[in-house]
Design a protein around this ligand. Structure first.
Ligand code: PLP
Length: 361
């Protein structure tokens, strides 16, 4: 089998050993005589997997007492609605940082639920920079402050976290969860779709402080209330079993490779290789993102023309490097280098970038 080098933004690559483990146990789950995807989510085999996955996430992220971990459906996108529905009480304002495509979508949905104040809008810099953490100040009647820890399309990442005092801080960490240590106690809630850093698509991880879900309004329908899921350990309805199984295996892989600190080192090294190659190309490659906010997960770059970009992407594909085309909304190129992307694939990409630039000279 020859595996391609996968730089897709999401879904994205998974460790080969995780895929092998899924394959080897898909029909007969560890000798049970049935597949985990055929098992009752009320039975003890699934129960063990479910609770082990919650515990692994708590351990690897250092989630303190007083928080619940939920596995929900609907992607991170459903959280754009659930967050304001559950936390934006009447008469209050939700503060949002609009840092790009994903932050913008969160704002758009929240506005349909209640009053929104955009604390910062990156529009003027074409979404190439973030505010300083110290500039993020909640409004007087703030229900919460919402940020996007890593803008997957724009290639921006928060390096320091705002301090919002008693105002709950909520973060969409879909594209950089577990790529670095995070002080969970600073956040009232963290959410992330699984399919970038944690596993196959299907489950959305919600880490939520207990006082926050306990205060959910009682007029929400069952699924849309965090309370429903928190009180039932995410087993109110059928959870996305296959995705949770994959998350379990990816978490074990992260643990085996040294946990969040080791992932941060790995991400820093891989991203530095690419940013250095861009800086050293004498202007052939350009990264439009403010150097203070450059993502270690999604590296954005442009070439001198769209024609060269198309040629670059095509030649990269011929070398087995997939997913380097930038998002259709902004064009250019993007290398997504999540936890599971092997350093050697990034090294191969850097080599190709150098030879491609030389070839055009
Ligand atoms: C991919 C992504 C989303 C959307 O996730 P879905 O699970 O597809 O709904 C939201 N926010 C960020 C930062 C993302 O990268």
């Amino acid at each position: 089998m020859s595996r391609k080098m996968n730089f897709y933004a999401g879904p994205s690559t998974l460790p080969l050993e995780v895929l092998e483990e899924l394959k080897n146990n898909i029909a007969d789950y560890h000798g049970e005589g049935y597949s985990i995807v055929e098992a009752s989510h009320r039975g003890k085999v699934y129960d063990q997997l479910h609770n082990e996955t919650v515990d692994l996430l708590k351990e690897l992220m250092g989630i303190p007492e007083g928080y619940s971990v939920l596995f929900l459906g609907g992607g991170a996108t459903l959280q754009f609605s659930m967050v304001p529905m559950n936390i934006l009480s009447a008469g209050k304002t939700a503060d949002y940082v609009n840092s790009g495509a994903w932050g913008g979508k969160a704002v758009k949905d929240a506005k349909k639920v209640g009053k929104v104040n955009v604390l910062f809008d990156g529009k003027d810099s074409n979404y190439s920079s973030l505010p300083a953490a110290s500039e993020v100040k909640p409004s007087a009647d703030s229900a919460y402050v919402h940020i996007t820890s890593n803008e997957t399309i724009g290639g921006l990442q928060w390096k320091e976290w705002p301090s919002t005092g008693d105002t709950p801080l909520v973060a969409d960490m879909s594209s950089d969860i577990l790529s670095r240590p995070v002080p969970v106690e600073k956040f009232a809630m963290i959410y992330a779709g699984a399919q970038k850093n944690l596993g196959p698509a299907g489950a959305t991880i919600v880490i939520i402080r207990d006082d926050v879900w306990k205060n959910a309004p009682s007029d929400l329908t069952a699924y849309l209330s965090y309370k429903t899921h928190a009180e039932k350990n995410s087993l109110y309805n059928t959870p996305p079993v296959f995705s949770i199984w994959g998350i379990n295996l990816v978490l074990k892989w992260i643990k085996k490779h040294g946990g969040a600190e080791a992932m941060a080192e790995r991400a820093a090294k891989k991203s530095q290789l690419l940013y250095n190659a861009i800086e050293e190309s004498e202007g052939f490659y350009r990264c439009p993102v403010d150097p203070n906010n450059r993502s270690t997960m999604n590296v954005i770059f442009r070439l001198p023309s769209e024609e060269l970009e198309a040629k670059f992407i095509k030649e990269a594909e011929a070398r087995g490097m997939l997913g380097l085309k930038g998002h259709r909304d902004i064009g250019g190129c993007r290398a997504s280098i999540y936890n599971s992307v092997p350093p050697k694939d990034v090294e191969a990409l850097v080599e190709f970038m150098k030879s491609f630039a030389n070839q055009q000279a």
